[in-house]
Design a protein around this ligand. Structure first.
Ligand code: NAD
Length: 346
């Protein structure tokens, strides 16, 4: 069987990742796949040059051949169906019946419905990397975790780039510098990664989550776990995920955040509930109450955002506070995210 690796479409998404690294192309060939056909330039944005793929034994081809000559196509995002002036071919039309596409797919949302309909009409099989069960046995395939880990890390770096002070506290001859105060909402994979990164940079970190099970994880990373004290409710839903909270708890949570925001320099929100829009937890007033120069990074931006002022995909300024709603954080660390995604998919 032959494996194909197309270049990710840059149109709209600005996607910089590639589904397979040269190192893993060699692994697949060693495992007995006949050929790994990599489109010219596929790894370019992720700093994997063409000659590294060739040295690994892969074959560099044009986009048309990736689709016509492969049995299995590996991608990050589902393929584009519409031809554009930049990309005049609808490559999937050349893919053989019975072919297999492995990518992220979000089959539970309507986002790629037309892609799934096309797969069905052409008799293709697709594996959705984002639907693999999040159980211990399947951890090595878990792209949601590997990408969330990167998003949490990169959120702290993006925030620190916009923040006008050190993250760590210092006592210097030129004056005493207080440490940056970071608040993280949601202690899933991304939130825990953000805690670890901010702590390594020397910040004082607080974190809140509706699932009590996260308390020990937060504390083990050196952050303070903050809790709602006036309403008692366990936010654990099925499969380790969160459930929708009662209105009373939601109101109490918002009172807690209103209090904490005034004393927070960097706020990173990661709260999600599977299959639902992201809970609205940070109001415009809370953002406005933060000190000038503070930074918010809303990792839930793609699902509607946890913060009122968030604009998905953009960095904006709201009453002296920078609000980052980037939806492509893993792609902003393209070498690392390609490497981990490639390991997952291999
Ligand atoms: P997620 O992205 O769905 O949600 C992020 C966090 O937001 C969660 O911790 C959730 O509790 C929190 N949250 C939701 N509503 C909130 C609110 N109103 N206020 C504050 N926080 C709120 O989560 P995830 O990163 O996908 O992780 C979900 C779970 O799956 C975790 O328990 C994780 O440990 C588990 N997991 C297990 C494995 C495994 O292999 N066993 C792999 C991956 C993840």
């Amino acid at each position: 069987l032959s494996i194909g690796v197309p270049t990710e479409s840059q149109v709209r998404s600005g996607e910089r990742r590639v589904a397979i690294t040269p190192q893993n192309a060699a692994v697949l060939l060693k495992k007995g796949f006949k050929e790994v056909l990599v489109e010219h330039g596929a790894g370019f944005q992720a700093q994997f040059p063409a000659h590294d793929y060739e040295e690994a034994g892969a074959t560099l081809v044009n986009a048309t051949r990736v689709w016509t000559d492969s049995n299995i196509v590996l991608k990050i995002r589902p393929p584009r169906l519409r031809a554009t002036t930049l990309s005049p071919n609808n490559f999937i039309s050349g893919f053989r019946e019975g072919g297999v596409i492995i990518s992220m797919l979000q089959p539970n949302s309507d986002r790629y419905k037309n892609v799934i309909d096309t797969y069905q009409s052409k008799g293709l099989t697709s594996f959705a990397m984002d639907m693999i069960p999040r159980i211990t046995r399947a951890q090595s395939f878990d792209v949601l975790s590997s990408m969330a880990n990167i998003a949490g890390y990169k959120a702290v770096l993006e925030a620190s780039n916009e923040f006008g002070r050190f993250i760590t506290g210092q006592t210097t001859a030129a004056g005493k510098v207080p440490p940056c105060r970071v608040l993280i909402i949601g202690a899933g994979v991304a939130g825990l990664s953000a805690i670890a990164t901010a702590r390594r940079m020397g910040a004082i970190v607080k974190c809140f989550d509706t699932r009590p099970a996260t308390k020990e994880q937060v504390q083990s990373l050196g952050a303070e776990f903050v809790e709602v004290t006036d309403v008692k409710e366990d936010g654990s839903g099925g499969g380790g995920y969160a459930k929708v909270m009662s209105q009373a708890f939601h109101d109490a949570e918002l009172r807690l955040f209103a209090d904490l925001c005034k004393d927070t320099d960097i706020l990173i929100t990661t709260a999600l509930i599977p299959g639902r829009p992201a809970p609205r937890l940070i109001t415009e007033e809370m953002v406005a109450s933060m000190k000038p120069g503070s930074v918010v990074v809303d990792l839930a931006a793609e699902n509607g955002g946890n913060c009122e002022p968030t604009v998905p995909g953009q960095l904006i300024h709201h009453k002296g506070v920078t609000v980052i709603g980037y939806t492509d954080l893993p792609s902003r660390l393209p070498t690392q995210s390609s490497t981990l995604y490639s390991n997952n998919i291999t």
